[in-house]
Design a protein around this ligand. Structure first.
Ligand code: ADP
Ligand code: MG
Length: 353
């Protein structure tokens, strides 16, 4: 049986908006439901993709799972003892931070300008008081090598302004690696890099998982990239999961109307393959106060009365696919959405344009 590294259950993160004193005094405090009840398991040794449009809650999820942010609710069970990361005390957090690392999107913000590469990469070892000078130096070398910043001697004394974006991102990877973490969250790590260096940074991350016993969450809005990188993919919409499953299942046979629209918008290598681009009307709203029922209902061409109730993640029979859409409830006898029907809807001018 595949082992589970992390169980996320009902994760929530609500940020206050209108933080003015008057609002607080009058009890009118409102909250953005950035993450609103998300559950999934991460298997040991997999790359788990997290996708969805900008603002859907990917980074907030990442920050909660690595405990840079405190979740508002839910559980994050981690490791063999399944301790709840959501409610660790100080020393528990210190310990968790050795095992869980995050790599951010922006390589130009992620490095202290006054630090050399060496100082930046060794810092986590100093904070955690690991090893003497010699051991620290050798771990820094090893991490920089693993991150592909070679020959290390050529880079180790450089300052950030002497590095390219791709090189900075490799330094960020080395810094994440120096503690030998078992879990890394990579939050759009290549989206700000030149196309020419993306592939090599991706290869570095993939190799970590294949050879170094790292488990990874890889966040991106780029579905074609995720298909290349990930074992399984979760699609987020408005702070909730719309769909989850093996990458090929989600991207080749998407079930949720939202996933179908996302996948249909990905350009194909061969345009003759022909795919109807499904456009969804309406805008992504900021979910102040949360949404009753299905979060996609206001934009969904299949909306019906059940959508006012929260959907569960209905299980498909294959490829670990689960879908948060009532049309996939085994007891539901309405036809399920598929691309053909969406095309029909397009012809009829219904919900799709
Ligand atoms: N620190 C914050 N304070 C208030 N709202 C926030 C904060 N961080 C994120 N949000 C809001 O939470 C939602 C999800 O944001 P985010 O997790 O960054 O999405 P993504 O990474 O998918 O683009 C957005 O509506 C965003 O405006
Ligand atoms: Mg983000």
């Amino acid at each position: 049986m595949e082992e589970t590294l992390m169980e996320v259950r009902g994760l929530e993160k609500h940020y206050p908006v209108d933080t003015g004193l008057l609002t607080q005094l009058t009890g009118g405090q409102r909250y953005v439901h950035a993450v609103d009840g998300v559950s999934f398991d991460i298997k040991k040794g997999e790359i788990f993709g997290l996708a969805g449009e900008s603002g859907c809650g990917k980074t907030t999820t990442a920050r909660c799972l690595t405990r840079l942010d405190d979740p508002t609710g839910g559980e994050i069970r981690f490791g063999d003892d399944r301790r709840n990361i959501a409610e660790l005390d100080r020393s528990g957090l210190h310990d968790y931070r050795r095992q869980a690392q995050i790599i951010f999107q922006d390589p130009f913000e992620s490095m202290n300008d006054r630090f050399t590469v060496r100082k930046w990469v060794v810092e986590p070892l100093v904070i955690h008081d690991i090893g003497d000078d010699e051991e620290q130096e050798s771990r820094v070398y090893e991490s920089l090598e693993q991150a592909g910043l070679t020959p290390v001697d050529q880079f180790i004394d450089r300052y950030p302004h002497e590095l390219s974006g791709g090189q900075r991102q490799r330094v960020a990877i080395a810094r994440a690696l120096v503690l030998n973490p078992s879990f890394i969250v990579a939050d759009e790590p290549t989206s700000m890099l030149d196309v020419s260096v993306r592939a090599s940074v991706l290869r570095v991350l993939k190799r970590l998982v294949e050879e170094e016993n790292v488990t990874m969450i890889y966040i991106s809005h780029d579905l074609s990239l995720l298909r290349y990188v990930c074992d399984r993919i979760a699609i987020m919409y408005q702070g909730e999961l719309a769909e989850l499953g093996e990458s090929d299942a989600v991207l080749q046979d998407p079930k949720h109307p939202y996933t179908q629209s996302l996948v249909s918008a990905v350009p194909r290598a061969d345009p003759r393959e022909g795919r109807t681009r499904i456009r969804i009307p309406g805008e992504v709203e900021e979910r102040i106060g949360g949404i009753e029922g299905c979060s996609f209902k206001n934009r969904c061409p299949y909306r019906y009365e059940r959508c006012d109730d929260d959907p569960e993640m209905y299980e498909m029979s294959e490829r670990e696919q689960t879908v948060a859409c009532h049309l996939y409830d085994a007891d539901e006898d309405r036809p399920r959405p598929d691309e053909e029907r969406v095309e029909d809807a397009a012809d009829a001018g219904v919900g799709v344009n």
